[in-house]
Design a protein around this ligand. Structure first.
Ligand code: PFF
Length: 446
């Protein structure tokens, strides 16, 4: 396959696409509940360290490989391996990425479906005058209702795959452009509301008072996985986007702003959610339902709360939509490279992911007690192992390829930075990011 000539139409378009991929359920849904389950401030601190020392340099590596290869992930890796005269087996890293996004998308779509349900529920006034306990019970009832869950999961997969099939991700990025600032605004309003609640002080203390005693290897491993997940790094999905990056754009500047925004969104969402948790005596370790139980409570206490809540879910849906498009793209483009038509590839990928997603749907009812590994049912398994293990492994291999295998002048050119900065980046990846990831993976798994 020859080099792609397609480019994002502007620098802004590229930044928007990467922000769209990064900001999603990871920030608003996963970050708070993972923090809740992993000791609060300990997790938060580790997550920020990992984003800065590991996620960011590796994100640069991943996008850089895509930009230098100017092809879909597998072909880009094969082409660059050829240029560098190293093993052509590196291309299989692209396949590993596709497997990772396959499983991630299967549960991502199910949880995004919950947002659709909650959007409709808030529009129909379903949360008015409900106590936190009632809201919690209603959420459990929803989870125990597979047809409703399947309906929403199906709808979300259709939304995602129709955009991917039409190849109009660009159009969605434009929508994102308008909607995301509104999402940040609502989060700011929520943060302001959180400030007025009785639980605000406790939430801040719980999030920001250092608590080294809570740090275990499993907390460290989860925080590292989450840093990859939230930045969308390690699955070659950003590599696919990097292939369309304009020649003259500075890569470090773009990824730095995305990472900062990503942290800011997660922090705001965490502060809002934990203020509600502590104001109402809820459990921070509630798990994946945390956001769906706390936010209706928070909004019901705001004037015009139902409308705010509905607006919040619309915006969250747009945020998850752009992430799921990014998740689907590497699989679809790989099949297109293999000769399938885009529409056919999208239908095939969509149907398979949808089918596997049903196992996640049923993990809250019929299959709740079917354990696949240890105590984990299917949903627990796919929402943990691909994000916390496959992404770091993928990111690690991409980074090794970028700093030890690729021809370095090519790498520097694709990063678009000066020689001293390039040396600094390479040093950071070689001697900090890569060893850090190896140590955490090995220790966390033992
Ligand atoms: N970064 C997305 C989020 O935070 O919701 C999830 C994600 C997208 C993970 C794309 C991995 C990926 F390749």
């Amino acid at each position: 396959m020859s080099e792609t000539l397609e480019r994002w139409q502007s620098r802004r378009a590229f930044i928007l696409a990467v922000t769209g991929a990064a900001v999603g359920l990871g920030n608003i849904w996963r970050f708070p509940y993972m923090t809740g389950e992993n000791g609060g401030s300990a997790f938060l601190l580790l997550y920020i360290v990992f984003v800065l020392l590991l996620g960011l340099p590796m994100m640069m590596a991943e996008i850089m490989v895509g930009r230098a290869g100017r092809r879909g992930p597998m072909q880009a890796l094969a082409y660059l391996a050829g240029e560098a005269e190293v093993s052509p087996a590196w291309r299989w890293l692209g396949l590993f990425g596709a497997i990772t996004v396959f499983f991630i998308l299967s549960f991502y779509s199910v949880v995004s479906g919950w947002s659709i349900e909650y959007l409709v529920e808030s529009l129909s006034g379903g949360f008015v005058d409900r106590t936190p306990a009632e809201i919690g019970t209603a959420f459990d009832a929803f989870l125990a209702d597979p047809p409703r869950m399947i309906f929403n999961h199906t709808l979300f997969m259709l939304l995602t795959m129709s955009v991917v099939a039409a190849g109009i991700a660009n159009g969605i990025e434009k929508l994102n452009n308008v909607m995301m600032p509104l999402l940040y605004l609502i989060l700011l309003v929520l943060g302001g509301y959180a400030f007025t609640t009785t639980g605000f002080g406790d939430a801040m203390r719980w999030l920001f008072t250092p608590n080294p005693a809570a740090i275990t290897w499993s907390v460290v491993l989860n925080a590292m996985g989450h840093a990859f997940f939230t930045l969308a790094v390690g699955a070659c999905a950003l590599m696919a986007y990097g292939a369309y990056m304009p020649e003259e754009q500075s890569l470090p500047r773009a990824v730095f702003s995305v990472a900062l925004l990503d942290i800011a969104v997660a922090l705001l969402s965490g502060i809002a959610i934990f203020s509600v948790v502590f104001s109402h005596g809820l459990d921070p370790g509630e798990g994946p339902g945390l956001m769906f139980v706390t936010l209706p409570v928070a909004f019901s206490e705001l004037p015009g709360g139902q409308l705010w809540l509905a607006a919040f879910f619309v915006l969250l849906l747009v945020a998850t939509w752009t992430s799921s498009i990014n998740l689907a793209e590497p699989m679809v483009s790989m099949l297109v490279d293999a000769g399938l038509r885009r529409g056919t590839a999208a239908i095939l990928v969509g149907a398979l992911v949808w089918g596997v997603g049903l196992l996640s749907v049923l993990s809250f009812s019929t299959l709740a007690d079917v354990h696949w590994i240890g105590e984990m049912n299917f949903f627990a398994l796919v929402s943990t192992v691909p994000p916390d293990l496959f992404l770091p492994v993928g990111g690690l291999l991409i980074a090794i390829f970028a700093v030890w295998r690729m021809p370095q002048p090519l790498a520097r050119q694709a990063l678009g930075i000066s020689l001293p900065l390039f040396r600094l980046w390479r040093w950071l990846v070689r001697y900090i990011s890569i060893p850090m990831a190896v140590i955490v993976l090995v220790s966390g798994l033992l």
